[in-house]
Unconditional design. Sequence first.
Length: 303
Amino acid sequence: MTTLAHSMMTATRSTDSGPAGSGGLDRYSYAESTGSARTTNAPVWEGADPDLGRVGRRAAGSRGRGLHGQLVQQLGQMIVSGDLGADRPLVPEEIGQRFEVSRTVVRESLRVLEAKGLVSARPNVGTRVRPVGDWNLLDPDIIEWRAFGPQREDQRRELCELRLTIEPLAARLAAGDIRDEVRQRLADMVEIMNHALGQGDGLTFARADAEFHSLLLQAAGNRMLEHLSGIVAAALQVSGGAVSGCEHPSEASLVLHQRILDAISSGEPAAAESAMRQLLTVHSEPAAPAGSADHVVPAPREH
């Protein structure tokens, strides 16, 4: 394994995950814990409005970056899940009181949600939840929130369809002219996936997988495709695994990743496109089991 690949496996190791197994590769930092170990006693909106009391069961994890990020996460998830329906008024004073946060925190959080298309603020009308058609569905946060709500399967299907449209083209374009350092990074990701598969480490496999696909989009030489790399990363990294991805860890998946790399390295655009299309078509992940929408959402981003 190259120095770069090894450093990627070890540099972000979680301090809470304990030592790696004997002779094993370290996991990535977000492969720490799941379920109840990451839940918190988040404020619950109680009283006259039962819908607002549901935030506790899908609250952000304890890794959140301050009250602002946590409030964005909580309100965003409630809107996307349907707990707060379209045209629902959001009263800043009530939000501040229920979550015990300042007006500044509420105001800035609502601005972030407005930028994502989830709410609108107008004079004499106030702040209201916007319909789904107004949401920025390509926003990585909204991708994550949809993946843990009633729209989970729709989110997975739509992401797979989007990836089938853009990634084969990206592979074809990347095979035309790719820098040596990018080719080496792609090879490192395949090597990491190989080791992770051998250890049954699906989380590390997913992280390297996401990096592989993001690198390809960036190597295509098309800035619009490059802009979509964050969407693909979000699709593959929801909850630290390929929950919304189109492929899952398997020997066949690894072989196809290697085939894509070989075609790109040898300058064969048609072969690279074909291998990518096969990867995204053949290795379709089964639908999530019923009742899985209450998993804890990843930690809030820095907004």
